[in-house]
Design a protein around this ligand. Structure first.
Ligand SMILES: Nc1nc2c(c(=O)[nH]1)N[C@H]1C(S)=C(S)[C@@H](COP(=O)(O)O)O[C@H]1N2
Ligand SMILES: [Mo]
Length: 317
């Protein structure tokens, strides 16, 4: 069932590929022995960034090469391989584009993408990005704070959450036509209102100084840098403010593996693999992957830990 595009996978792909198939294995498609291979010597890596530096491990803030950012993607609407989103998105049209903002807001409105950027502008944000599959990048985004849009919409007093919806366009998105694997479409995500209003939470419209390419979620996607990458829903068509915790795609598929919060946490392992360290995409060699310890809240604890005070992060993972 598994289609290996490369007879010998690039080393930068080995770990994610194992994890990738193990993620798919939920559906009974593949898996088996790959997990037994073991992902990392976890115990040796739990000693933080300082120890990493002492070992000569790479810094946490070096931008990932653009080619990796735009050719190593998760965007299942285009397919399951990391290379599919770049290769199979040629017929996707991200212009014109509209985003509906509705729900518990004073001013529901359907925005043209150009009106959004005219109103809210875009600034540069260099963010670490950590996929739940235990690989990481550092990505130079352009965008604006989701909070700015929500404030313009006028959030009502009874609002508690924000729900997001991705585009459904099977004629342009081969992964939405394939019956092999499936998340249910549309891809949906959600944040608690205070998370959505946090100044780190970005609606990205560009990467590396260019408008987002299709594979990165054109023309507008969410970036929540202290959470696992799957919270960063791509190609958003609708943002709904609500009083109920919204359903989220990966949580619906496997609730015991992917929580609603999905905060990056080295101490809460995925049921089938360790989260204590991460592979750095774009570094290392063919023979030796580059790894570093996972950081609590992906290194943004100082900014966001207070949002979760009093919560049991093992239960609300
Ligand atoms: N609509 C949609 N959004 C999505 C996904 C997806 O499959 N569909 N994959 C998520 C996952 S698992 C990750 S890690 C990030 C990857 O973003 P990038 O390819 O721009 O690095 O997008 C997230 N957003
Ligand atoms: Mo991910």
């Amino acid at each position: 069932m598994a289609v290996y595009r490369y007879p010998c996978p690039l080393s930068s792909e080995i770990t994610p590929r194992h994890l990738f198939f193990s993620r798919r294995a939920l559906l009974g498609a593949a898996a088996g022995g790959v997990l037994a291979a073991g992902l990392n010597p976890a115990g040796a890596l739990a000693d933080g960034e300082a120890a990493a530096a002492a070992r000569g491990w790479p810094a946490a803030e070096t931008p990932t090469p653009k080619n990796d950012v735009t050719h190593y993607n998760n965007f299942y609407e285009f397919g399951m391989e990391k290379s599919d989103p770049a290769e199979l998105s040629g017929s996707f049209h991200s212009r014109p584009w509209q985003v509906q903002v509705d729900g518990l807001v004073e001013h529901p409105q359907t925005w043209d993408l150009d009106a959004l950027t005219a109103r809210f502008g875009h600034e540069d944000r260099l963010y670490r990005m950590r996929c739940v599959e235990a690989w990481s990048m550092v990505i130079p985004w352009q965008g604006f704070e989701l909070g700015a849009l929500l404030r313009a919409a006028g959030v009502k007093a009874d609002a508690r959450y924000v729900a997001f919806t991705s585009v459904v366009r099977p004629s342009e998105m081969p992964g939405q036509r394939s019956g092999l694997f499936s998340l249910h479409w549309p891809y949906v995500e959600g944040l608690r209102l205070d998370e959505a209003l946090h100044p780190l939470t970005l609606l990205a419209t560009g990467v590396y100084g260019d408008p987002l390419p299709a594979q990165n979620g054109a023309p507008i996607r969410l970036v929540v840098p202290w959470k696992y990458g799957f919270k960063g829903i791509k190609s958003i068509t609708r943002i709904t403010v609500t009083d109920k915790q919204p359903p989220t795609s990966w949580n619906q598929m496997a609730p015991e593996e992917y929580g609603f919060y999905a905060n990056v946490n080295p101490d809460v392992d995925h049921p089938r693999w360790s989260q204590s360290s991460e592979q750095i995409i774009g570094e290392g060699s063919l023979f030796r992957a580059a790894r570093r310890p996972t950081r609590m809240f992906n290194g943004y604890a100082e900014q966001v830990a207070s949002l979760y005070k009093g919560m049991d992060l093992r239960k609300e993972f």
